[in-house]
Write a protein that binds this ligand. Sequence first.
Ligand code: PLP
Length: 430
Amino acid sequence: MNLNPLAIALNADLSANGGAVMQMLSEKGKAIFFPSKGILGQGGEAKGSAINATIGTALEDDGSPLTLPCVQKALNLPKKAFLYAPSSGDPDLRDAWKNQIIRKNPSLANKTFSRPVVTSALTHAISCAGYLFLDKGDKIIIPNLYWDNYELAFCNAYGAKIATYNMFRNGGFDVTALEKALAKGKKGKKVLLLNFPNNPTGYTATEREANLIADVIKKSAEDGNQIVAILDDAYFGLVYEQGVFLESLFSKLVDIHENVLAVKLDGPTKEDYVWGFRVGFMTFGFKGATAAQLKALEQKAAGVVRGNISNAPNISQKILLQAYMSPEYIEEKKQKYATLKKRYDVIRNVFAEHPEYKDAFEAMPFNSGYFMCVKPKGVEAENVRKELIAHYSTGVIVLSGLIRIAFSAVPTDKLPMLFDNLYKAILAIR
Ligand SMILES: Cc1ncc(COP(=O)(O)O)c(C=O)c1O
């Protein structure tokens, strides 16, 4: 494996003064590094900016964390919250989450799928999926605009390779590129990951695209492939436009073909605004699955959890369970959705009122989630980011040549200024 420059720098520190620690590290130990230059490093540079659109959390318009009052109310817990949770998770929470999955995805009502297994939030669920489905050298097929932590989770941890395909064509999801990516190479196991609403772009497949995606996956299975379809639904439920597919692709894939295993990764971290609680879920389904087969998959997942973190935090599971049982939960979710939707609408209005912005940057397709991205014209995104921090006290993230704006974290009244700053910064350095 080619070592990342950050790993090389850490290894040089460890080798200094003839230290022997380097010889003690495994190959993975030598290759791992903390990604201090990516999203986290850029976020650090933006600290203290008047407008900070770097963070993948949600803030209220007054800058405080956006939270559900019913969750906060549940913080006062009985003593049993001090105990361990089972490795597969609190059984009542697992059932409550399964019921919620069905409530939020009505077409799952009569379909068979596993009980969700609790993980320590989505990052851990992603890692567990890597453990279960990826061997060294295996490819995982992902659109070219993706959350950068997949690299540590799949490549560093399991030696897998990310094979990308083009994400957008003509303002929508490039289903043909997905079809070609699935057809590439020899027949057999194919692992793919789809993430809607997407980080970094804030895009979710439309209803039509969701059908087409399901069709190409089905066709690939009919052609003799065994497909693991991992669905990263971290930002589920935050869709702001008509015609966008409101359910998880899990609904379509869970019974589409005997050779398609749908693996839904989701959780309350983003959906219920509890980023630090570290609870997520992993749910499985495939056409014709028996109860014993689904149970076996749950047991496998619980084994992965047992072997690396033993169990996810019980205290968070208990708080969430109480919140889900509280009558205010659904209404409070609606209110917080409205806060984020308002920001989305403000951005759409800003673009409508400022046609001149098109000369400086192009907005990538977006319709959901916490983020949107723009592509600056005639200048490097990284130079724009630096200019925005230096002269406009505005923090953004650069990923794959795009500028990512976390509108979830920007007070609504600062959004027009953010885009004005962006426009001016691009013109200033062009
Ligand atoms: C697409 C995507 N998946 C997963 C995660 C991880 O979420 P969690 O905090 O639940 O580990 C993030 C967080 O940034 C994300 O953007």
